[in-house]
Design a protein around this ligand. Sequence first.
Ligand code: SAH
Length: 232
Amino acid sequence: MKLTDPSVNSYAGQRRKMVEDQLVNREIKDLRILEAMNRIPRHLFVHESLQHKAYGDFPLPIGDSQTISQPYVVAAMTEALNLKESDRVLEIGTGSGYQTALLAELAGQVFTIERIRSIGLKAQKLLERLHYMNIVFKVFDGTYGWPDQAPFDAILITASAPEIPKMLVDQLGDNGRLVVPLGGLEKQTLTLVTKEEGSVASRELGYCKFVPLVGRYGWPEEKEPPANTKRI
Ligand code: SAH
């Protein structure tokens, strides 16, 4: 990332405080994650009217009923992926692109899929403006994964799934790590899935709350009730 644009350098004090209070104090230990989150201009990933809240300890709306995740959740999921500089990573749910930027800072190549076109294109524009060169974007239903580019060293699903999406586990390489919020629509368990010599294991990391993963192997798209049905 090149810091040529003056707006990139705003909020440095709040950013440092976010890293100290929300990450270091909650046992995020990976220095590369702490340094990257101290660099990435999170305020640019939200609407101008919310920029002053961008370093708060909560998610924020990004439009279309979607959210940018809480900084701690972004850090915890990334730490669980245990990324190496050479890793190829698949992200499902580009959203604001903030998590994508962090993955791009830590891994070799990031493939990211977003189902809502306007959201995906906005994130792509911003990440290109910030000069990230190692991100490939796609607008599609990410529950199919990205078969042409598989296998991946790591897969991150940033929306909640009713069960571990099988297509995605199939696209995980040997020693691969996948992180997904699993459970109902109201509450999920952040789960780490690992693959070693073809055998798959999973471990629970803690509770979380994400917007739903909507698609063929996720939650069904909400259908409008017929016009003559009363909403209670
Ligand atoms: N990491 C993002 C999280 C955004 S919220 C951030 O912090 O900004 C989750 C995103 O997943 C939403 O933008 C939503 O549209 C997207 N999403 C939901 N289901 C999807 C699917 N099947 N494929 C791709 N993206 C999906």
